[in-house]
Design a protein around this ligand. Structure first.
Ligand SMILES: Nc1nc2c(ncn2[C@@H]2O[C@H](COP(=O)(O)OP(=O)(O)OP(=O)(O)O)[C@@H](O)[C@H]2O)c(=O)[nH]1
Ligand SMILES: [Mg+2]
Length: 695
């Protein structure tokens, strides 16, 4: 790559829900610019951006990929992000690395929730934004409906710059509304367009959209608006300069039409990025905190300022080791040097640095403001950390990781797999902290939690490919608990006389319920030495072991108080073991008398869907024994909040998908334990009994 002045740099990302055509347009850009010698295709597994084997297999992106190419004497850093909710973290974090965003809308499907969420996050970051209405050649593609849909769903007015000529199989090209010219793109995907006059049957439509464009552009420029209202013609230059000002002020949102696979209309969008997106020194300053003075600071985009870069992604590469992807916001950093991680408070050694084009790398030195670079082998740095100069230590806002919504138990396939499993899972979760690993002591399972089943499955495929570790995926056991309903007392008596020395332990216990979440309490209320001091811990151990193993269906007993208030002993035959057994028998008898019940984990669930699905969702949550906590609306979306038992939510993701045709998303986290209704509890107890007998 040539050495470009900073003002000739642009960074941007592609964002939207899955399948809207981002990667395909990214491939068209790489091909048009000469960064790729052919037009890569997602479907043929020839995409440079979807290069990971798991992406090729699924024919969709699972990770953010960078492209780095030249366009009109400018250097463009492009990030193509995945749109599947399973990998939404990759898109959210990429928002932090770019100065502009192109939001993709499928001409067939319109805007989906994920796009709405990313749009809102981009707005909060003060990012300039544009739209690309893609897949114009698909059956049922409809440009006018897509535009209407965008304006309603995102509550914006768009500024159309190009509109399609024809649609579905007869889609041929686009009309450039600034120059008022038609461009016809050849079928071969070369992108070598032919300029023509606007077809006669499209003149009215082009005029209508041009008016919409001028109204949008002129809105923020009074003199232009006046001239337009007086009916005077505006020149292409006047429109372009107002457009650029409006885009940079985040008041104008240009919109393009086209197709990635046909390589049509993509060049116009790249022209706009070069002409109207800010260069890295013009972007809004990023806010951070100086860790020395604890004061808020602004990191100005200054090429000569102190070095400051944000790590937005980490890749565990089996060959290159760990790669940290960072966006430089200020200053520069040479290779073979050291930098400072302000989050960890430690120095990091930097060897080489790279630009990435798909999985191809190009060494660069130094890294400068605006660059998106890959840095290998940083020791302590994680995604979300800030690299900077030690005497001006700045921490940029860390990444707010989404909480996982689904858990599976993983079982190593072989002994060899078992040995490498913990380390490999740790590396996966370093790469992607929305994957969480937990050892559940109660069920003795290794739990892997993530954003969805596909998220977990692809992570495990990656683990197999990168580290050679294989596992079997199982639904996790629900961590039920047991407790007592009332207060009751009973004796626990253990006596054995088998010639010689016997066994003797005798205790009286009272059990009573404790408040939710209080756990287990053991009280020693023995007076007058009914049981000698040294045997009281034995009773306690017997009681606690029995509670841990469960008294009803093999689940730990909680929220219970056990009081030891009387007992008997024998000078010769009493022993630690005898009192442990007495304790366990006593607590079982007392708990039986007090009434044992099963508790189940209840989750806080939040489902976000377009209006029309609200009824279906609340009905479905009802059937899952959910309790509705409220419905809030934000724009055209409804957020439904409910508390639902965990056992009813294990397979929620695919069900939500089928109810809403993929237009719903949800989050879920643990809330509290609650008593299970008797008819369900009976089944769990019977199953536990059966399992015990079979053992
Ligand atoms: N006919 C037609 N198909 C397209 C077009 N763009 C993309 N496709 C197809 O639509 C599917 C999705 O396209 P992608 O480019 O992978 O979409 P994406 O937005 O990157 O999807 P994710 O990576 O899952 O977020 C693929 O099968 C493409 O071949 C287009 O303009 N016309
Ligand atoms: Mg993609």
């Amino acid at each position: 790559m040539k050495d470009f002045p900073r003002k000739n740099l642009r960074t941007f990302g592609f964002f939207s829900h899955g399948g809207a055509g981002k990667t395909s347009v990214g491939e068209a850009a790489l091909f048009l610019s000469g960064a790729n010698t052919r037009l890569g295709k997602v479907m043929d597994e020839t995409s440079m951006l979807d290069y990971e084997p798991e992406e090729k297999k699924r024919k969709s992106s699972i990770a953010a990929a960078t492209g780095n190419f030249e366009w009109n004497k400018h250097q463009l850093f492009m990030i193509d992000t995945p749109g599947d909710p399973n990998f939404i973290t990759e898109a959210r974090n990429s928002l932090r690395a770019v100065d502009g965003g192109v939001f993709f809308v499928d001409a067939v499907d319109g805007v989906k929730i994920l796009t709405t969420k990313l749009w809102a996050e981009a707005a909060e970051l003060g990012m300039v934004r544009a739209f690309f209405v893609s897949r114009m050649d698909k059956e049922r593609a409809d440009f006018a409906t897509a535009v209407e849909n965008i304006e309603k769903a995102l509550e914006v007015t768009v500024c159309p710059i190009s509109i399609p000529i024809g649609k579905e199989a007869s889609f041929k090209g686009v009309v450039d509304l600034i120059k008022m010219k038609a461009y016809i793109y050849p079928e071969d995907g070369s992108g070598k367009k032919q300029e023509q006059d606007i077809p006669a049957d499209m003149k009215d439509e082009a005029k209508k959209y041009r008016e919409k464009m001028i109204e949008s552009v002129a809105e923020s420029k009074d003199d232009l608006l006046e001239k337009y209202l007086e009916g005077k013609e505006l020149s292409a230059e006047e429109i372009s300069s107002a457009l650029t000002a409006g885009v940079k002020a985040q008041k104008v949102f240009p919109l393009f039409a086209g197709s990635g696979t046909k390589n049509a209309g993509v060049d116009l969008m790249l022209d706009l990025i070069v002409n109207s997106f800010p260069n890295p020194l013009e972007r809004v300053p990023v806010k951070g905190t100086n860790t020395k003075t604890k004061s808020e600071v602004e990191v100005k985009p200054d090429a000569n300022g102190p070095f400051c870069a944000f790590v937005f992604k980490t890749v565990a590469d089996p060959f290159r080791g760990k790669l940290s992807l960072a966006r430089v916001f200020s200053g520069s950093q040479p290779a073979d040097s050291s930098t400072y991680n302000a989050n960890k408070g430690s120095r990091e050694r930097i060897g080489q640095m790279f630009f990435l084009n798909g999985d191809q790398s190009e060494t660069i030195n130094p890294a400068r403001a605006g660059d998106i670079v890959a840095i290998p082998k940083l020791k302590e740095t994680q995604s979300g950390d800030t690299l900077c100069v030690e005497n001006t230590p700045v921490v940029l806002p860390p990444i707010v990781w989404l909480k996982p919504v689904i858990s599976f138990a993983v079982v190593p396939k072989t002994q060899q797999d078992e040995e490498k499993l913990t380390v490999s899972l740790a590396r996966l979760s370093e790469e992607d902290p929305t994957l969480q690993v937990k050892h559940d002591h109660q069920t003795n399972e290794i739990l892997l939690s993530g954003m969805g089943q596909i998220h977990i499955e692809t992570a495990l495929e990656r683990m197999k490919r990168k580290f050679g570790v294989e596992v079997i995926l199982k639904e996790p056991k629900i961590p039920y608990m047991e407790t007592v309903r009332g207060t009751a007392s009973a004796e626990g008596k253990y006596r054995k006389q088998t010639g010689g020395r016997g066994q003797f332990g005798w205790c009286w216990l009272e059990v009573s319920p404790k408040p939710k979440g209080a756990g287990v309490e053991f009280e020693d209320a023995i007076v007058g030495g009914a049981i000698p001091r040294n045997f009281i811990p034995s009773v306690e151990k017997g009681v606690k072991d029995a509670l841990e193993k469960g008294l009803l269906a093999g689940f730990p007993v909680t929220d219970i108080k056990v009081k030891l208030y009387d007992g008997k002993y024998h000078e010769v035959d009493s022993s630690d073991m005898a009192f442990q057994i007495a304790g366990s028998l006593g607590v079982k008898a007392a708990a039986d008398a007090a009434g044992l019940i099963l508790l189940e984990p209840i989750m806080n669930v939040e489902v976000t869907v377009p209006d029309q699905y609200t009824g279906d969702i609340t009905g479905d949550l009802n059937r899952r024994r959910g309790r509705l906590a409220g419905v809030e609306s934000t724009g055209s979306l409804q957020v439904i909040k409910a508390q639902v038992p965990m056992s009813e939510m294990l397979r929620y993701a695919p069900d939500l998908d089928s109810i809403t045709s993929g237009r719903g998303v949800f989050t879920m986290e643990f809330s509290h334990y609650e008593e299970i209704p008797p008819h369900i509890s009976e089944k769990i107890v019977a199953a536990a009994k059966k399992a015990k007998e079979e053992k």
